[in-house]
Ligand binder design. Sequence first.
Ligand code: TPP
Ligand code: MG
Length: 554
Amino acid sequence: MTAAEATVGALSAHGLDTIYALPGVHNDDFFDALARSAGTRKAAKMRVVHTRHEQGAAYMALGAALATGKPQAYCVVPGPGLLNSAAALLTAYGMNAPVLALFGQIPDSSIGRGLAYLHEIRDQAGIIARLVDWSARIRTPHEAPRLVAEAIRSMSLGRPGPAALECAIDVWGRSGPVAAQSPLPIPEPPIDEDAISAAATRLGAAKRPLIVAGGGAQDASAEVTRLAHLLQAPVVSYRRGRGVIDDRDPLAANLPLGHELWAEADVVLAVGTHLHSPLLYWGIDSDLAIIRVDADPEEPARVAVPDVTLIGFAKPILERLAQVLPAHNARRPSRAEEMRERHARMQRRLAKLEPQLSYLAAIRSELPEDGIFVDEVTQVGFVSRLAFPVHRPRTYISPGYQDNLGFGFATALGAQCARADVPVLSISGDGGFLFTASEMATAVRHRIPLVTVVFNDGAFGNVRRIQEERYGHRLIASDLANPDFVGFAESFGARAMRAKSPEELRNALRRALAHRDGPTLIEVPVGPMPSPWEFILMGRVRGDSRLPASDKVT
Ligand SMILES: Cc1ncc(C[n+]2csc(CCOP(=O)(O)OP(=O)(O)O)c2C)c(N)n1
Ligand SMILES: [Mg+2]
């Protein structure tokens, strides 16, 4: 078997059925192995979704990983191919997403010698090692299955996240004996019973408990919800934690409500979150006990040493906590009414964020509950993080702390590829959409039924508003010359519509979501929109902020 065949077989043995990819001579033997995998017994047929730019391939793998919670892979050429995919790989790292990057390499014996080979880059392995926590080079066919298994296991060990494998142009096609390799077991860290009982004691006695849910809580939705009800504790989520608790639950709280509740809390249970804004901006003091549940042992003590730390997967830890808690828990009257009042007050404060709210209401009314919404770094996106009702885990995909413009469209294509059973809807601004707009060709070629809504204000609107408000209206580098988006999409063979109001968007979405045979773009022409930042960048409400607060740049 060749190294390429062994790698394809190993990916397949780990349940991967799709590779997002852009070919090139370094990986020709690997692509040929993919072509030949069709119809053989050794490996199930691997679907290859080829893109028009390497960032598209990597973002698609990211979207597929986030939508499913399962490992996904992409394959690109070395040097420029690797660097073209790097922003997406960085985002996968920031989002702890299980993305496996497969990179080609120059001839094995020449690596590191600077001989000016096609796509050669200095210290490719070193660059990769800075981008992901686990990486290796495949040097022989027989080690390929083991390395694939180790790469995939590494995605769930400690801090979860992406991994990478390189293989030289002359190694992919090399033949040798290969032994089958089954997936390596993923050890579950033992649950620290002392910490569970310390957490249960503190939470049980808490007068104003609060839960903060991040991306690491996505697979523990039932457990977080159960604990929230036992404790009558509101659950704050923003971006990556959205959907962990159903927004119809009165205990669900958005970021500005979280800010309000943080000021009053006496015990906080933080699950799979950096607690970035609370610790760095909102402040902590000795009246607040912090309990952290995190897969990454390095994470909890970075800013402030928690009172109780539980390391491991959120689901089993919270399951155990929910078993132990009742013996320690105070009698708790329902906070539903209080929370409903808080929500009503918050809704009145947020009401000025129009037309963003009305466009989001139109989307929510047409996108079914299990449909997946993919956020972007755009005006409607910022408001969606605060006010788009999310009902199920993994149905709201947001870029996390990288907040990188242009991630949305290609990430959404990957989510739709991996979850063909549910509709996926992507929103973008005119700025962000053109980062990966060429992937409309990929959407048409692979008949991906993604619905994309592009809010066109002819500007990097967020930047323009900051220039208007803080820099005396000196506008620079924020106006945009745009294509006719409807004509642009149609020229690829996609369906396209224009909607000029929330009502028109609703009608357009109804038609678009009924069409499952390929992509649809809906352009929404808009004007300047009011700033959401007062609801996102919020200052100190208690104690000392451990680090000097600085304005977040977005
Ligand atoms: C990779 C990256 N580059 C630059 C930025 C800075 N940035 C944030 S918002 C924005 C403008 C977004 O424009 P558009 O997509 O049209 O959305 P709008 O604000 O107009 O709704 C820019 C340039 C960023 N967040 N990420
Ligand atoms: Mg714009």
